[in-house]
Design a protein around this ligand. Structure first.
Ligand SMILES: Cc1cc2nc3c(=O)[nH]c(=O)nc-3n(C[C@H](O)[C@H](O)[C@H](O)COP(=O)(O)OP(=O)(O)OC[C@H]3O[C@@H](n4cnc5c(N)ncnc54)[C@H](O)[C@@H]3O)c2cc1C
Length: 413
């Protein structure tokens, strides 16, 4: 029986695991080198992505590749050094996009994302931060007339999966977002999507709730993870921590601690950037928007309007490249009356497995070692269900959704 657990990593995924295990009476120590919610879970667009059911690597990617290769498209930057030195992940990522895998991965992502707003609403109420939640949907926008067809296709796709959306023309768009410049002839409003005005503050509030309920939070860099008798030991510069089980929820760093154990989860990263801009006085947005042709999200946040970039496929720790975020900033200025940039440009890394599904479950051949990472573009949304799944499986309960598509054994032998 599990009495004590270590949760490694205090991003949205780790904090959610800690809360869910604690709810089941397990004594949890949550360890992070930083205060909770200061990394990827801080810098994202804060979208509660209830309609993000199509993986990024879907069959349409094959047709787009040629247009991406010159590194001119805002959606993707590909470091050729990375591509040539680690071809395995990219090839697998492309292989997983084949049509035969589509339906199963869409079903898995829909199961994972469907309850995001409901789960965050409940947690935000418990943590006293409901004021940070917006239930106003998200608005996808196209700059050309061809957007009408694209909006219709997406509407029909979502409808076939039971997700309602509303196709808008220029007038309809300005009806719900009057401050937007009228450069978008076509739009799609997806009402079931939620958003928050500070993902970092929400993660922090969930961690504070965990601490208030008696959970222990240790701020220390974890230098090692090893079996200790029947349990697990995490080593840090300030001492070691022992428990019956360990949950690895280190986001884009999860592979680092697993490697010495001989575990390669095939995790890589899709980097991304954000920048805050001040909206002009008297203007506003009621929901995050996604400019399809500019390939950026713009979301109203506590700090200003947060513009987030497309995918930068470079080494996790390589220096910044600002081509995409500069382009996104310029495109956002065309779409909205924006003033000065506030603060520094932020860089983060979406933790991604080749099939765009997270790893949620016990590591093969390592009883008591639980893996919770790889939540790619939707980890802020899917942290809470990931935590519930881990905690249920640890306690031998039925998890809220079928864990099979997320089993670690699909990549770890
Ligand atoms: C630009 C961008 C936009 C995004 N937009 C959205 C969005 O709108 N909606 C959405 O749902 N998702 C979005 N995402 C994805 C989402 O942010 C991530 O999937 C999610 O935050 C991952 O959470 P995590 O807890 O796994 O990782 P993290 O939040 O990165 O947490 C991992 C933690 O591990 C700690 N750590 C690492 N190594 C060590 C060590 N050795 N010792 C101690 N601690 C360690 C880190 O300090 C960190 O706190 C976006 C991501 C990016 C980059």
């Amino acid at each position: 029986m599990t009495r004590k657990a270590l949760v490694l990593g205090a991003g949205m995924v780790g904090v959610s695991c800690a809360l869910a295990l604690q709810k089941r009476g397990i004594t949890v120590t949550l360890i992070d080198r930083k205060p909770p919610g200061r990394e990827t879970s801080y810098g994202n667009a804060g979208v509660l992505a209830a309609s993000s059911i199509a993986p990024l690597n879907n069959p349409s990617l094959y047709a787009k590749i040629a247009g991406y290769l010159g590194n001119r498209h805002p959606a993707l930057n590909l470091s050729w050094r990375r591509a040539f030195s680690r071809p395995g992940w990219l090839l697998r990522f492309l292989w997983e996009a084949r049509p035969s895998q589509g339906a199963a991965r869409i079903a898995a992502l829909q199961a994972l994302t469907a309850s995001t707003v409901e789960r965050h609403r409940a947690l935000m109420t418990e943590a006293g931060v409901s004021h940070r939640l917006r239930e106003t949907g998200t608005l996808k926008l196209w700059r050309t007339e061809a957007g009408h067809e694209a909006a219709r296709a997406e509407h029909d796709f979502l409808k076939s999966h039971g997700i309602e959306s509303q196709i808008l023309d220029r007038q309809g768009i300005s009806g719900i977002e009057p401050s937007l410049n009228p450069i978008f002839p076509a739009g799609l409003l997806i009402p079931c999507v939620g958003s928050v005005d500070s993902p970092g503050a929400v993660t922090e509030a969930y961690a504070a709730l965990f601490a208030e309920r008696g959970g222990r939070i240790e701020q220390a860099a974890i230098t090692g993870l090893a079996r200790n008798g029947k349990g697990w030991r995490a080593s840090t510069a300030s001492g070691s921590f022992d428990a019956d089980i360990a949950v690895v929820a280190l986001g884009p760093w999860s592979g680092d601690l697993l490697k010495p154990l001989g575990i390669d989860p095939k995790l890589d990263v899709e980097r991304g950037y954000h920048r805050h801009l001040k909206p002009d006085a008297g203007t506003g947005l009621s929901r995050p928007i996604y400019d399809v042709d500019g390939a950026y999200y713009m979301a109203p946040m506590e700090q200003g309007f947060r513009v987030t970039s497309g995918v930068d496929l470079s080494f996790r720790d390589a220096p910044d490249q600002h081509r995409q975020i500069d382009g996104a900033t310029a495109a956002a200025r065309e779409a909205f009356p924006l003033g000065e940039v506030v603060g520094e440009t932020w860089r983060g890394a979406r933790p991604t497995l080749p099939d765009s599904l997270p790893m949620i479950g016990e590591a093969p051949r390592n009883p008591g070692l639980w893996l919770a990472f790889g939540n790619q573009h939707i980890g802020f949304s899917t942290g809470p269900i990931t935590g519930e799944m881990i905690a249920a499986m640890v306690c031998g309960e039925k998890p809220p959704i079928d864990p099979t598509p997320f089993r670690p054994g699909r990549y770890i032998r």
